[in-house]
Design a protein around this ligand. Structure first.
Ligand code: ADP
Ligand code: ZN
Ligand code: ZN
Length: 804
């Protein structure tokens, strides 16, 4: 008897282990680990992943596998093994670990079909299969999966005669456009033309067009190019001369685009020095982690490209991760330009089906390089030669739902298994990474100069308190106002950046810039509008909002924030006639909108680009000579120990947008706290000093990289229950950990109530606690039943990036 060990799709503690199933005869030589199956489980049938095939089982009576879902495994051996590591690392269920590695199409509902790739090969098929395909090239999966044809099928798929198609029932609606086409033949059309009343000039024009071009045309274009109204079109539609069609359009911005082929550039001496250790690691097939530290424009991408080239020459594969937000055409083109169609791209702008197609290219080994956002780190390559993470400090590399993994950790873990290097690149590395590089855990590679010695832009830091004192109540300082005016006159472009995160959630004195802080934690207090209170979300400290500033006694003390829309209105008032493109969540929620707005700006169809974080990256247009940051402080005062780091990174990033080309650039940063080191040092683009300062603060307050942190968030509909459970958990954990660990809680989460659920948390800071993972598992296990019955939720994040 052969037995399959299956992880079933029932995420619960009791089912978080393999179950044994008997393999029916028809699947005997077909089934391999990594395939999905349908199995009976209790009274129902569920999906599961085969993780192992065994000779026998310790259980006497086994149920049988009902159905096979894949003809080829969807997870390779390495990914199956990686799931063990992932479950341990993030405390997730096995099934969640498998699912996160797969493209969404394999989770969505879909129809499976088998297609004969070339009819002329029909005769080559064994007769059982021949008869199935006698009526057409495509048959339903169900027609073959039940019988004994599976192993034959598998062989023909391996021979490339047949293929399996997944037709995804898309949840996202396909985009369609309306087309207008002639409803009759060209000859008939000419006849109609000759009998048509000559006073209908417009309709005649339309008919003439279709006589000349007897093919469908976009309705929108018919109207704009031929200058006819929709009534004119309607007239011909009603007469049955024209007909209307809808056509699906692809939204993939990379399709059908001619991308110019590029050749490797002659590396500068800095670049050669930086790439040498990477190439050496490739040569020796040695795992190592490199930090490629260099300002924007210092030529990091060229180093990535040439490292990958070496990997490809060696017959191996590469993964390049970039933050979703900078996964723009510009970035993708650099990889496609160098490696052509050997590159797959995975990003959220693709539809479910398109993502699946890209994933299939990887699985079938049709591509050698994948460029993608976070989840591309699970690309099913089997001969990995390098993993590159650009902008490694970006917090979007951390997944905030289960499994709460960080792509950097996954990359390093996979690279260890393949004995290959990981390259982390950044101008402003995360403190954790830079500390490791300084300690020699990672190898530090530095690119200290911008290409062509282009100067970093000049940065002005404007004290907005001063502006107020001088009677300027506008959101534009006098300097910024003047410079924008100047750019408008010179027909150069301006980027205005508004940091919206942290909107109106902190309390600040507009006269002296004081932001009210927690006395114990050195974290800004969060403002709560409903009871006019300020709260520390780390230790629970509370205080009422004072009516006058405790520092300077001014009564200009209030909570803070401005939205992009308000800024847009202000621009219209202050700079009448200036053409503005606004980019924020509202204007970019439609697919492809992001790309489109950027293209418009690039083509010079606007003078000012106004936006939130999303414009901080990837912009590389020659005509941008001014960057303005409207209020640098907003992020600084989030209740997050990383707020200074994030502020520094963002300001540096934004400043890097100006003067990347021939025209020199200038940056204006407006702030109420010009003396804050993260703002001052971002102005000087001095990461090294910032690092020193911030490290001191982290040390004093016991934050990473000196301590690890873990966050437990408890939520429930009843406040008392939430507090009670959190209190018990805090007590339990405190009792199990050493005295070196700091356990803070229970305290209300920064978002204390979400969807009618109360949220409390417990924060653990620790250095070495070998028992911690087990203690946390015990916490989860202990509350398992409660979680099922009363809707209690406990989320554990062993490396939180969002502390809300
Ligand atoms: P980064 O990735 O660090 O922001 P890039 O790789 O984008 O820097 O390089 C900045 C600019 O310099 C790009 O236009 C790139 O084509 C160019 N560049 C990079 N390396 C070289 C080189 N060795 N010789 C000439 N130009 C280069
Ligand atoms: Zn004050
Ligand atoms: Zn506090």
């Amino acid at each position: 008897m052969a037995v399959a060990k299956v992880i079933v799709d029932v995420p619960a503690k009791q089912t978080n282990r393999p179950f044994d199933y008997r393999i029916p005869n028809r699947l005997m030589n077909v089934l391999v680990p990594g395939m999905r199956v349908i199995v009976p489980f209790g009274p129902r049938k569920v999906q599961g992943f085969v993780i192992e095939i065994a000779e026998k089982s310790q259980f006497p009576k086994l149920r049988e596998i009902s159905e096979l879902m894949d003809i080829e495994p969807v997870l390779n051996e390495e990914l199956l093994l990686l799931s063990d590591w992932l479950t341990e690392k993030t405390l997730c269920y096995k099934i969640s670990a498998f699912q996160v590695m797969l493209p969404p199409a394999l989770k969505a509902k879909y129809e499976k079909k088998v297609r004969l790739k070339n009819r002329s090969h029909l005769a080559m098929l064994p007769s059982v299969l021949q008869s199935l395909f006698s009526n057409g090239d495509v048959i339903k999966w169900e027609e073959v999966s039940k019988g004994n044809e599976l192993s034959l099928l598998q062989k023909e798929i391996a021979n490339d005669v047949l293929e399996v198609l997944y037709e995804v029932k898309e949840r996202v609606k396909k985009k369609t456009i309306k087309m207008v086409a002639p409803a009759v033949t060209n000859k008939e059309l000419q006849k109609i033309r000759s009998e048509f009343p000559s006073r209908n000039v417009k309709q005649l024009k339309l008919i003439d067009h279709f006589i000349e071009h007897h093919e469908p045309m976009e309705r929108q274009k018919v109207m704009s190019i031929l200058g006819v109204s929709s009534a004119v079109i309607k007239g011909l539609l009603e007469k049955g001369i024209l007909t209307e069609q809808t056509r699906e359009v692809y939204r993939d911005p990379y399709r059908d685009r001619d991308i110019e082929k590029t050749e490797p550039l002659q590396l500068t001496s800095d670049q050669s020095q930086a790439i040498q250790p990477i190439l050496a690691a490739l040569e020796e097939k040695k795992h190592d982690v490199f930090l490629l530290y260099g300002v924007t424009g210092s030529g990091k991408t060229e180093v990535y490209l040439q490292s990958i080239q070496r990997v490809l020459e060696d017959g191996r594969e590469g993964i390049v991760l970039v933050p979703e937000i900078s996964l723009t055409a510009q970035m993708v083109n650099r990889f496609k330009g160098r490696f052509g169609d050997r590159v797959a791209v995975l990003h959220s702008g693709l539809s479910v089906g398109e993502k699946y197609d890209e994933w299939r290219k990887i699985q079938r080994k049709e591509v050698k390089v994948v460029v993608g956002a976070r989840s591309a780190v699970f690309a099913p390559f089997e001969n990995l030669g390098i993993i590159i993470i650009d902008e490694e400090h970006e917090t979007s590399y951390k997944q905030e739902d289960n499994p709460r993994y960080h792509a950097r950790d996954v990359a390093i873990e996979r690279a260890k298994r393949y004995n290959c290097p990981v390259v982390l690149g950044s101008a402003t590395p995360s403190l954790e990474t830079f500390a490791r590089a300084k300690k020699g855990v990672y190898q530090l590679l530095t690119l200290s100069k911008r290409m062509n010695e282009r100067h970093l832009p000049h940065v002005d830091i404007v004290d907005m308190r001063e502006e107020l004192r001088e009677g300027n109540r506008s959101m534009f300082s006098r300097v910024l106002h003047e410079k924008i005016q100047d750019r408008l006159e010179k027909k150069e472009q301006t980027v205005l950046f508004l940091n919206k995160r942290g909107h109106s959630s902190f309390v600040m004195c507009r006269d002296c810039g004081l932001v009210l802080q927690c006395p114990n934690c050195d974290i800004s207090l969060t403002y709560h509008r409903f009871n006019q209170q300020m709260k520390c979300h780390y230790c629970g400290y509370e205080s009422i909002v004072p009516t006058t500033c405790p520092e300077c006694a001014s009564d200009h003390i209030r909570y803070f924030g401005t939205g992009t829309q308000k800024v847009e209105e202000e621009i219209a008032k202050v700079f009448p006639g200036a053409r503005v493109i606004r980019m924020d969540v509202d204007t970019t929620s439609r697919k492809g909108a992001h790309e489109k707005l950027l293209t418009q700006f690039q083509e010079g169809r606007a003078d000012i680009l106004l936006g939130t974080q999303m414009i901080a990256k990837g912009l590389d247009f020659p005509n941008i000579t001014l960057v303005g940051v409207l209020s640098a402080d907003t992020m600084l005062h989030l209740p997050d120990f990383r707020s200074s780091e994030k502020t520094f990174q963002l300001l540096t990033q934004v400043s890097g947008r100006a003067g990347r080309h021939e025209l020199a650039g200038e940056v204006v940063i407006q702030t109420y706290t010009p003396e804050h080191y993260s703002i001052e040092l971002a102005g000087e683009q001095d990461f090294d000093q910032f690092y020193e300062r911030e490290m001191m603060i982290r040390k004093v307050h016991k934050y990473p990289p000196f301590y690890y942190i873990a966050l437990i968030t408890v939520s429930h509909e009843e406040l008392m229950k939430t507090v009670d459970v959190t209190e018990k958990i805090t007590g339990f954990i405190t009792s199990r950990l050493s005295n070196e660990a700091v356990v803070l809680g229970p305290v209300a989460s920064p978002i204390p109530r979400l969807n009618n659920r109360y949220r409390y948390q417990c924060l653990i800071k620790y250095k070495r606690e070998p028992k911690l993972t087990d203690v946390l598992k015990t916490v989860l296990d202990h509350h398992q039943q409660d979680m099922h019955q009363s809707g209690l939720q406990i989320a554990i994040d062993k490396n939180p990036y969002i502390l809300m």
